[in-house]
Design a protein. Sequence first.
Length: 208
Amino acid sequence: MIVIIDYDTGNTRNVQKALNFVGLENKISANHEEIRQADGLILPGVGAFSVAMEELHKRDLVPLIQELAKNGKPILGVCLGMQLLLEGSLENGFTEGLGLIEGICEPLPVDKMFPVPHMGWNELIVTRETALSKGLNGKYVYFVHSYFTDCSWEAIDAMSQYSIKIPAMISKNNILGTQFHPEKSSAVGLEILQAFKEVVKNADITSN
C-alpha cells in the first residue's frame, strides 16, 4: 500500500489516478498510523514551500516523515514535494525543509527567453542510472515550477536544460524526487511510477 500524504497542497487526486492506472494500491491520508503502515510514501505538492511546510507541521507530519525516511521507507517527492525533501528554501525568505537530502531550493533565474514559471515538456539528461532514472535519457516529461533544487552532484540522477540545467530527478538511498510531474508526463511518467512500485516492493525497511 502506498500512501499519498495529504496536507492540502493539491494535485493528490491526479497522483492517485496515475497510481490506479499502473495498478499500485494506494490511499490519500494524513493519518499517522496509516502513513506508518504504508509500504511507501508519495509527497506531492503544488504551491509555496513555506505554506507546505506549515501544513506538514500542523499535522505533526515532519518528525514522522523524517523517522520513516531514516528507517528506510521509500519516499517519492513530486514537484514541490521534491523541494521539501531538501534542507530548506529561499522562497519568501528562508524556510527549513525536511532535511532528507542536502541542498537548498532557489528561484529560477529571470530570463526573457525562458519564462518563469517554467511550464512545459523538457528532455531528461540522465546523469546517474537508478531504479527510477534507468532508460529515461532523452525522454520528455512535464514541468511546472518557479524554483529549483540546488543540491550536490552526488544526489542528482537526471537534469533538464532550461535557462540553467535543472535537477530533474534526485535521490539519496530510499529518498527520491522528481521536479517534474510523473502523473502529467504521459507514458514516461507512468513508467516512473511503475519503477517506484518496484522500489517499494524491494525495500528493506527496519521496524518502526
